[in-house]
Every structure is written in C-alpha cells, then in structure tokens.
Write a protein that binds this ligand. Structure first.
Ligand code: G5P
Ligand code: MG
Length: 226
C-alpha cells in the first residue's frame, strides 16, 4: 500500500492557500481540509462550535489554540487512512506542537507574497457569506456580477480587507507564523515559494509534489521559486 502523505500550506491572508490547495487536491487526490472554511461552515450551520468561533472569525482574529485544536484534530482522525492537506492549520506554534504530537507532516508549503499584491487581491475580493465561497473580480469573477454562482445570492466585501486592517493582519501573521516556520525548517520539511501570481508558482509546487509523493520521506531538500 502507498505511504500516506500529509502536508500543510501556510501563508498570509490572500496569499493563495485556498486556490493552490484546490489544485493540489484535484491533481494529487489528497483530502483537503481548510480551517477557515470549516469554521465558516460551523458558523453558517449555527453549530455549538460555530457560535463559539463566530466573533473571532468575523473580526479576522485568531481563534484560541485550545478551541482550534479541539475542532481540527478530531476531523483529522476521521481522515485516518487518507492522505491529506491542511490549509490554514496550524497557524501558531501551539497548534503546530499539538499536531506534531499526533502526526508527522511530510511537507509544508509556505507562500511569500508581497504586501502590495495581497492588498490588490483582497480589495478585489468578494465573498458569499453563507458558504464562504470567494471570488476575485480579476482572477475568478462570478458568472453574474455581484452574485454567487450557485445560489444567486448577493456577494459582500469584508471590512477587514480594507488597507489599514489588512496591514495589521499581515504584521500579526508574520509574528505568529515565524516560530511555526522555524519548527518546520528545523524538521527539514519546509518549502517556501515567492511570487506575485499563483499561476506562476503552481508549476513549482506541482513538480515538488510529484517528486515528493513518489520518493522516500527522508528526501527533504529546500525548494524556492526564483
Ligand atoms: P482563512 O479562511 O484561512 P485567510 O485570511 O488566512 O483566511 P484567505 O482569505 O482564505 O486566507 P487564501 O486562502 O490564502 O486567503 O487565498 P485565496 O482565497 O486562494 O486567494 C485570495 C484571493 O486572491 C481570492 O479571491 C483568489 O481568487 C485570488 N487570487 C489567488 N491567486 C491569484 C493570482 O495569482 N492573481 C490574482 N489577481 N488573484 C489571485 O481564515 C479565516 C479566519 O478563520 C480563523 C481566523 O479568524 C481567520 O481570520 N482561522 C483560524 N484561527 C486560529 N487558528 C487557525 N488555524 C485558524 N484558521 C482559520
Ligand atoms: Mg483560504
């Protein structure tokens, strides 16, 4: 039986984690779990967990570690027997250590996208609040302007995607992510990708995954796009 493959993708808000994760899941058949999507589903369904995390997610603040791990780790247990990719979890050192106690990741992708690019992307971003579906007016516009493709309901823009709020979120991301990145670097599983376009980063990630999923876990060289 092929060895199970476990990966995570990290990056600031708007860096393309979701877009790239969907491509990885499609191309490599990994089960894909987005922490943000999972939380928004709970909020929309008004589950106990959804009510607990609502105020954090609506203000783009990190949900406390003990809540996050209590929600995410049982989900991973349900995926035992599958290869998986985590998008947006772990985000803090506490979460990374809790995950590390249960699973050894094979690979972590870290996206380094310039601030100006993130600002442009997020100010162009529209969301269908009930489902969490995300559109970008330039990159992946809805079929009908201002309307969700599936339900036809109106799309909204997030207050936290305004430039001042965004700058604070990005600074916070860097501070919190640094020890997580250092941990995965020390384990030899971190692969960083820099660039301004997802379509140009994707071939490097595609080729890395193709290699990694067909080699031994001890093969852990550092990858960087030019
Ligand atoms: P999320 O849902 O993880 P964020 O803010 O980290 O939210 P987000 O917004 O989901 O990240 P992304 O997934 O990195 O961004 O990027 P994306 O959605 O693929 O792309 C962003 C936009 O750019 C899209 O419109 C896309 O179409 C467009 N785009 C992509 N590539 C390109 C390109 O090349 N060119 C152009 N022009 N456009 C492009 O977390 C949400 C909240 O949940 C909580 C927190 O409250 C968080 O704020 N949360 C957690 N809290 C604690 N711990 C955790 N582990 C948590 N996880 C989530
Ligand atoms: Mg996302």
């Amino acid at each position: 039986m092929a060895k199970l493959f476990r990966a995570a993708i990290m990056g600031p808000p708007g860096s393309g984690k979701g877009t790239i994760s969907q491509r990885i899941a499609q191309s490599f058949g990994l089960q894909y779990l987005s922490s943000g999507h999972f939380l928004r589903e709970g909020i929309a369904a008004k589950t106990e967990a959804g009510l607990l995390v609502k105020t954090y997610v609506e203000r783009s603040m990190l949900v406390p570690d003990h809540v996050m791990t209590r929600l995410m780790l049982p989900r991973l247990e349900q995926l035992s027997g599958h290869s998986w990719l985590l998008d947006g979890f772990p985000r803090t050192l506490g979460q990374a250590l809790a995950l590390n106690n249960l699973y050894q990741l094979d690979l972590v992708i870290s996206l380094n996208i310039p601030y100006e690019t993130l600002k442009e992307r997020l100010s162009d971003r529209w969301i269908h609040p009930a489902s969490g579906r995300v559109y970008n007016m330039g990159f992946n516009p809805p079929q009908v302007q201002g309307k969700d493709d599936i339900t036809g309901e109106p799309l909204i823009q997030h207050d936290d995607d305004k430039p001042e709020a965004l700058m604070a979120r990005l600074r916070h991301y860097k501070d919190v992510a640094k020890p997580v990145i250092d941990l995965y670097k020390s384990q030899g599983i971190l692969h960083s990708f820099s660039g301004t376009e997802t379509d140009r980063i994707w071939p490097y990630i595609n080729s890395l995954l193709s290699t990694k999923m067909h080699t031994q876990p001890s093969d852990t060289c550092q990858a960087q796009t030019p």
